[in-house]
Design a protein around this ligand. Structure first.
Ligand code: TYD
Ligand code: MG
Length: 447
């Protein structure tokens, strides 16, 4: 039989071309071409056989049985452990620690008596061995330095491991298909084989997928629909933490995160990130305020820092790291208008310590306090914690999950805590030292 060919198809209008095109000659869109498998038989020969549907009421759900990997932070993101027969994608930039994490998980699993087959297409067996020695991995892991998808599938069928690790999907090659490894067609075809192993044979398959900073590399994006769970590995070399976040999970919640630190002997789970993030904090300096934020369901205390200096520029500089510049500009405008603090002659720098990125509006209050403290050159009381959204009129709005934030501040012994006054009828939350509910920004700044 002839090898199936691949063709490139515009995802906008369906125009087909024999090679990749930057711009579709038909509809004029840019960057819409995706490689697809082209079946020479046509669709006429593919009439299916009718099957009898099952009544939903007759389906017996056995309840997903989970195997904990033994890495507490990894299990937390997975929703308690690996589900039998699931296909999990671990996506992240090169060098972030995907291979390390999966090797550690494999080691821990094999120590607890599960068989693991580790297909290392990216590295030689010796390279994996070197890494294994660093992290003290078990000898029982079975290694397969192979890129051929058919060989990997056959080996997995022969060895029948409980867990199959593929490192990485971009190096895997489907032999029956043209196209270089990592192309959309290749990745899809390889994923189909892995899906057969997971769903058909009940193996748990963990797949590594690389993404670039722009998130453009074909692989993981194409896979997201197919797999049961997508875990993204975030953070980089300069950051304190590496965070594994579930962006899709058919067997668990997507609100959990796992926090890790890269050490000399592999990734170490961080069970108390607040303590690590606040360890180097200097108290009694102007421009610092602790924010109680929530990552998933996990409260986290981070330090928001601001530096305000007289400007020598016509256009004062505004620079923000770890928080959206738009939020900083808005906080500055509100402070100027509602609290009488002018920043027009000042450069403003804002940073969230530890490389944490804050996207939630709850950062507003901590940001405004840090900015005003820096502008007035007056330190806030020792362990000041704040969270709350600030509206354009200077009013404070309460944010979700107040209780766990207050509890975390209390646990770390911090206070005073500033929060938005609860709306009428709502209970005043308790739990932290000297909680002040505030309605207007000016109430704090004026004091
Ligand atoms: P790696 O897991 O190979 O990243 P990925 O598979 O995502 O490309 O390793 C990431 C980096 O971590 C690598 O630059 C070396 C470093 N590292 C440590 O600092 N300590 C260790 O124990 C290990 C195994 C790696
Ligand atoms: Mg790797």
């Amino acid at each position: 039989m002839a090898k199936p060919r691949t063709e490139w198809r515009c995802q906008q209008c369906g125009y087909a071309a024999p090679k990749w095109l930057g711009r579709c000659p038909d509809c004029g869109e840019y960057g819409t071409f995706v490689e697809e498998v082209f079946s020479p038989m046509g669709s006429a020969a593919l009439t299916g056989v009718a099957r009898k549907p099952v009544r939903l009421g007759d389906v017996v759900a056995s309840g997903a049985s989970r195997t904990p990997t033994g890495l507490a932070e990894f299990d937390r993101v997975l929703g308690g452990g690996l589900v039998r027969g699931s296909l999990v994608l671990l996506a992240g930039e090169p060098g972030i620690g995907k291979s390390t994490l999966l090797l550690q998980a494999a080691a821990s699993l094999s120590t607890s008596g599960h068989s693991v087959l580790y297909a290392c297409g990216e590295e030689s067996a010796e390279q994996v061995k070197l890494r294994a020695e660093r992290i003290g991995a078990a000898d029982a892991i079975m290694l397969l330095p192979e890129v051929d998808a058919a060989v990997i599938e056959a080996t997995a069928l022969a060895e029948r491991p409980d867990v199959l690790v593929i490192d990485s999907i971009q190096t895997m090659v489907e032999p029956s298909l043209d196209g270089v490894a990592g192309s959309v067609g290749q990745v899809r075809a390889c994923a189909a084989r892995l899906m057969r192993l997971a769903k058909g044979e009940g193996m748990t398959v963990l797949v590594v997928g690389h993404v670039t900073k722009e998130g453009t590399v074909a692989g993981p994006r194409v896979l997201e629909h197919t797999v049961d769970a997508v875990l993204s590995f975030e953070g980089d070399r300069d950051h304190v933490f590496r965070i594994v976040r579930a962006t899709k999970n058919r067997f668990g919640s997507v609100s959990e995160i796992g926090v890790f630190e890269m050490a000399e002997d592999g990734l170490a789970g961080v069970s108390n990130p607040s303590a690590v993030l606040l360890a180097d904090r200097a108290t009694d300096v102007p421009g610092s305020c602790v924010l109680a934020t929530v990552e998933g369901t996990r409260p986290l205390l981070v330090e928001v820092q601001a530096l305000v200096t007289p400007t020598y520029l016509q256009m004062p500089r505004r620079l923000a790291v770890g928080v959206d510049t738009a939020r900083v500009l808005q906080a500055l405008a509100v402070l100027e208008r509602r609290a009488g603090l002018a920043f027009g002659q000042h450069d403003v720098y804002v940073s969230v310590a530890g490389g944490v990125k804050i996207t939630e509006p709850a950062v507003d209050l901590a940001l405004a306090l840090a900015l005003s403290s820096a502008r007035l050159d007056k330190a806030l009381p020792g362990g000041t914690v704040a969270f709350g959204e600030i509206g354009l009129t200077g009013e404070l709005r309460s944010v979700r999950q107040t209780a766990p934030r207050l509890a975390e501040a209390a646990r770390m012994g911090l206070g005073p805590v500033y929060i938005a006054a609860p709306s009428r009828g709502a209970k005043v939350p308790v739990g932290a030292r000297s909680v002040s509910s505030v309605r207007e920004l000016a109430e704090i700044i004026g004091a």
